[in-house]
Write a protein that binds this ligand. Structure first.
Ligand code: HAM
Length: 410
């Protein structure tokens, strides 16, 4: 039997109400904060992501679904949206049409990671990007937006972690310090961290290896070596979060796995799911647009993993009960009336949701089905009433019945 590809999953009809509920909450919140939806293609030229996300990141180094298409172009299924949004902004000169572009998306993403609970190879993100301003108000707004969505979904067992990676010059100076600190400890590092020491030294803070962790526990922290401008920006973000009543923790080791960040980085981390606990991640990226195009447009954004959020909602028991509902179920009392039932259903379906039986089941079985699919009313076609040109309409909630003329049903 052919099965779905490892790390992908079918979203079955019974799960769809949860997805729709989540997407509804997201769309409402995006609307409240005045973010406009953008949809970009599922695939892009590979160099968009390798240049945008960074050659030395895990995503680019080992997780992208990349292939050469029939016209010899290297194509990649999008592993994240920020680079695509920036490409679209530049390509359509959105930055020239308005000074600030506030955009949101809901879309599948693809990364060839090792599948586990909360980690998939095709997964879904919703996210937001604000392009065109360096204001710390937008950094704070992103965090508040993500926080508010989680709260509106009913989640409470999560924390907001924030950090600042500052501007590149202070980060470069700090990297020298970190290199110096690690210079006589390289041999004690895991193989992965030895590699990262050369390619992406900040990511050593992400290592799950116990020995690495012990070493990194005593490493100098970037936040203690930030320049005044970066500190000021960070302070402003913190003050705004405080005044919005959003609780947060400063985590100086929050470095994030993508290369484009400057200043603020943040994650919302769940306490009710397993190791894949980051519900959402984001930050400021003031240099990415310039790196991908010819213009200087600062940006800030976040993306959240829908599967992980739904898992957290399940574990926190906050998935709303959404009972199935349909306006009418038409019960056929006489077998010969199939065509009449079909005709009435078709007429009613113009403005109502309607179902009937396609399989010649007994009246009792049809009534059972009507109950199961949550019919508000049942229309019974047949018997003496049909001879009289009428039908019995039963309201399921209170069992009341009325007789109405067939021609009145529309
Ligand atoms: P990211 O941290 O790579 O950031 O991903 C954001 C979120 O997507 C994660 O916190 C997680 O919930 C979800 N996610 C990532 N990988 C997987 C996976 N394999 N399976 C299930 N869920 C996953 C970004 O993607 C950036 N573009 C965020 C951003 C936007 N930064 C600025 N703007």
């Amino acid at each position: 039997m052919i099965k779905a590809i490892t790390g992908t999953k079918d979203i079955l009809p019974k799960e769809i109400p949860n997805w729709n509920n989540l997407e509804g909450v997201v769309r409402n919140a995006m609307n409240s904060f005045n973010y406009k939806e953008i949809r970009t293609p599922i695939f892009e030229e590979t160099r968009l992501f390798s240049r945008g996300i960074g050659e030395s990141t895990d995503i680019v180094g080992k997780e992208m679904y990349t292939f050469i298409d029939r016209s010899e172009t290297s194509i990649t299924l999008k592993p994240e949206m920020t680079a695509s949004v920036v490409r679209a902004l530049l390509e359509h000169s959105l930055d020239k049409q308005s000074q600030l572009n506030k955009l949101f998306y809901i879309s599948p993403m693809f990364r060839q990671e090792r599948p586990q609970a909360g980690r998939f190879r095709q997964f879904h993100q919703f996210g937001a990007e604000a392009l065109g301003s360096t204001s710390p108000a937008l950094d704070a707004e992103m965090i508040i937006l993500a926080y508010q969505i989680m709260k509106q979904l009913g989640l409470s067992n999560f924390i907001v972690k924030i950090n600042s990676l500052g501007i590149p010059s202070s980060r470069e100076n700090y990297k020298i310090l970190l290199k110096e600190y690690l210079a006589d400890k390289i041999n004690e590092l895991s193989d992965e961290s030895k590699k990262r020491y050369e390619t992406n030294i900040l990511r050593l803070f992400d290592s799950k290896n116990r020995d690495d962790k012990k070493i990194m526990d005593h490493a100098p922290l970037l936040i203690e070596h930030l320049d005044d401008e970066s500190l000021e920006h960070f302070e402003e973000v913190k003050q705004m979060l405080l005044s919005a009543g959003v609780p947060f923790e400063v985590d100086p080791k929050l470095v994030r796995g993508l290369d484009y960040y400057t200043h603020t980085t943040f994650e919302l981390v769940s306490r009710s799911v397993g190791s894949q606990s980051a519900l959402c991640g984001g930050g400021r990226y003031d240099l990415l647009v310039k790196q991908l195009g010819d213009r200087d447009v600062p940006g800030v954004g976040f993306a959240a993993g829908i599967e992980r959020i739904l898992l957290a909602m399940e574990n926190e028991k906050v998935i709303p009960e959404i009972a199935p509902k349909i306006d009418y179920y038409i019960v056929r009392l006489d077998k010969e009336l199939n065509r009449k039932v079909f005709e009435i259903a078709t007429k009613l379906r113009v403005e109502n949701s309607v179902e009937f039986d396609y399989t010649q089941r007994s009246v009792k079985a049809q009534m059972r089905e009507a109950n199961k699919i949550g019919a508000t009313k049942v229309i019974m076609i047949g018997g003496e009433e049909f001879e009289r040109g009428t039908a019995v309409v039963k309201t399921m909630a209170d069992g009341t019945q009325e007789e109405i003329a067939l021609e009145m049903i529309k």
